[in-house]
Design a protein around this ligand. Structure first.
Ligand SMILES: [Zn+2]
Length: 114
């Protein structure tokens, strides 16, 4: 799939920069803190699920720190009748789709509210 260009907000950037900061190494209750790399990954994953891209595919664009390329993460459904996986999931009827990711679940939730 092709990468699309995204631009994060200043607030999102702050969150990621904050996550990249080194954490003081203190073992609390026998659990070591997460490394900055893990924190940064978690921050990117959160941003990706909110903005709809795959956070493992992020590349810099060279046009400012808030701009980046990533592969869009479309909603994925599985048809419960034929097992087909796709972005629509209505191949065998209106109620045969099962959401496979956060985007798809959000789509289903929106539908149930309206
Ligand atoms: Zn089907």
């Amino acid at each position: 799939m092709e990468r699309k260009e995204y631009e994060m907000t200043q607030a999102d950037l702050d969150k990621i920069l904050e996550a990249c900061k080194p954490v003081p190494y203190m073992v609390v209750g026998g659990v070591p803190p997460r490394s900055p790399q893990e924190n940064a990954n978690a921050a990117w994953a959160e941003l990706g699920s909110r903005m709809g891209f795959d956070h493992m595919t992020v590349l810099p664009t060279g046009r400012g720190i808030r701009c980046f390329y990533a592969v869009p993460n479309d909603s994925q459904f599985r048809c419960t009748v034929c097992g087909q996986i796709g972005t629509v999931g209505r191949c065998c009827g209106l109620d045969t789709r099962e959401p496979l990711n956060d985007l798809a679940r959000a789509e289903v939730e929106r539908e149930h509210k309206t």
